[in-house]
Write a protein that binds this ligand. Structure first.
Ligand code: FES
Length: 180
């Protein structure tokens, strides 16, 4: 049932443009994979093969890049991918409690997708926002910081109703009671 994945002429022109920005084509694998993920929603083995063939690179090289970054999805994911940081700082601040709460709430484990295809959860390494722990990232985009169970409830409700988390989620604690 799964159709063969291909790049059309527009894609190939875009990929060539991306590749030309770098002295070596290997260096363009990241942006080309982003482009591919944007187009197909994930970079599963068939997409990795397509990228490798298109860039005339070994599949192993593309595979190595995809598997190094949790930001690349190796299989189809839910509409919203919740990357919960469980690295040291977030762990100390309750990252696993947040992860477990989210798993219970959505009825799936990290690495899984809800049956309706709305949400996937991943447990990820440090996202470089340790000062905002515990935190998560929504579909490689917004960070939601200083997580609490209430914030998780609101986030899920918002995402279900089509609302993305806003910048208020980045407020420092000293700003949360209205002081500068
Ligand atoms: S440990 Fe979670 S963002 Fe760094």
């Amino acid at each position: 049932m799964s159709g063969t994945k291909t790049f059309d002429e527009k894609d190939l022109a875009e990929i060539e443009k991306l590749t030309k920005k770098y002295p070596e084509k290997q260096a363009a694998v990241l942006p080309v994979l982003w482009y591919a993920q944007d187009k197909f929603g994930h970079v599963d083995p068939s997409v990795q093969k397509l990228v490798a063939e298109t860039m005339d690179l070994p599949e192993a090289h593309v595979y190595g890049v995809v598997t190094f970054y949790t930001q690349f999805y190796e299989k189809p994911m839910g509409k919203h991918v919740l990357d919960v940081c469980t690295c040291l700082s977030c762990q100390v601040c309750g990252g696993y409690d947040i992860l477990n709460y989210l798993e219970d709430k959505l009825g799936i484990m990290a690495g899984e997708t809800t049956p309706d295809g709305e949400f996937s959860i991943q447990s990820v390494e440090c996202l470089g926002a340790c000062g905002y722990a515990p935190m998560l990232q929504v579909t490689n985009d917004k960070y939601v910081n200083y997580l609490t169970y209430e914030k998780i409830d609101k986030l899920i409700d918002d995402l279900k109703s089509g609302k993305q988390p806003g910048f208020e989620s980045n407020k420092m604690p000293q700003h949360e009671n209205g002081t500068e």
